[in-house]
Structure formats: C-alpha cells, structure tokens
Design a protein around this ligand. Sequence first.
Ligand SMILES: [Cu+2]
Length: 257
Amino acid sequence: MNPGTWRDWLPYPPNLSEHGPGVDQLNTYVHYLMFVMFIAWAIYFVYCLIHFRKREGHKAVYNPAKGKLAKVSEVGVILAEAILLIALSMPAWAAYKKNFPSREEALNVRVIGEQFAWNFHYPGNDGVFGRTDPKLMNNTGNSLGIDMSDPHAKDDIITLNEFHVPLNKPVIVDISSKDVIHSFTINVLRVKQDAVPGMVIPIHFKAVSGVGAHEITCAQLCGLGHYRMQGFVYIDTSEQYAQWHAQKESELQGASQ
Ligand SMILES: [Cu+2]
C-alpha cells in the first residue's frame, strides 16, 4: 500500500523511526475495521429504535436474535479480528522482536522508571554497565544504586529525563522500574513498552530523521504525578552525540578528581 494514501486518513504524529511505518499501517487497519463496525452498529441501533418502538398492540419478547444476519455478522467480526491478530499483528510483532540488532553494533541504554521520572544509564566509554544493587539506592546522588567500587561504573553516565541517541544507529533499551508499572513512551519513534518492577524488558529502535528534542511520556497511570512524568529524547547527529558523550565523561572526571 502506498504510504501517501493510508497515512493521510488518520492524524498520526510524525514518525521518525525505522519500524514506525509498520506500526502505523497496522493501526490504520484496526481503525478501518472499527470504522466499518461503528457504522454498521449505528445503523442497526437506529433500525432497532424505530422497528421495536413501543406501539399499541405490541409486546416485548425477551429472546436473543436467531436470524441468519445475526450469525453472519458475528462470524464476520470474529473473522476480521482473527485476521488482524493472526495475519497482521502477530507477524509484525514477531518480526520486531526477532530483528533485534546485535548488542555490539547498537547503543545500549538502561531506562529505569520511577515515580515520577525517567532515569537513563549509559555504560560510558568502556561499553560495560557498572554493577547495580537496589540496596545502594538513595535519594542523595545514587538513585540507581550504582556500585562505585566496580571499575566499570566509573565512566557510567546517568541522566534524568534526558535521553540522547544518535541518528541512524540502532538503540537497544532495557526497560525496568523501581516502584510501580510505568510505560516508556516516545510517540514519534513509535516506542511504547511497560516498565515492570522486577523485570528487564528490551526494546529497540532506530531514529532515521528528526534531529532535535522530542517528548517522552509515561502511558501507564502510575500515581498522582503521572501527568508530569515527562522526559525528552534528543536525536543527535553522530557529531552532536559524540560531543555530548565526551562532555558528560569530562564532567565525571572533573567530579572524581
Ligand atoms: Cu509513570
């Protein structure tokens, strides 16, 4: 299907990710089905209102419909939903889950949700995440419980609500939560994944356009501050990203001296 035609019908936010068009296409099919069902049910509803209105000499009968049309429409809806699920959703999701970039070629970032912010943990220059331990977590500078006695931890970059990714490079995000269930959401990248305490759930994406800042939100009602659980993803050119990374590393070195 030509993307120019089906996209125009629904007000999607701009898409900046490689896998985004597939998500939009699936969404469009779901909307088409719902639109057809909405119109059909609305017509049937109006028909019932008129046909079964209260009239002199007519008595209500409380039996379910047994007509042929009722059966056909039921089977039709089930069939359409089965096709959406089995023929479109499942293969799309399986392809997304199977096509993980290799850990070596991708940028690996840990994302940890908490009430009410997003923490980002980068492995730093050595490419290895420092050890973390929930027992070391505190609110005075070590919100992720990083074990600073681990040599790999020394160059780790931690940011709050600030997520830098390079353009055209695969990114693997390992998502978890410190407290309740959140949902890590970047609409323009078609990224949405629940952050579940006790679980680490990997997702991946590749930003292919849209250098600049874009909103990160939480899509799972997680408490009173849910509405302000906002962060920003910065899609950087590779030069901008390298510059940001180097600056963060030099800040770390300055702090440890
Ligand atoms: Cu949340």
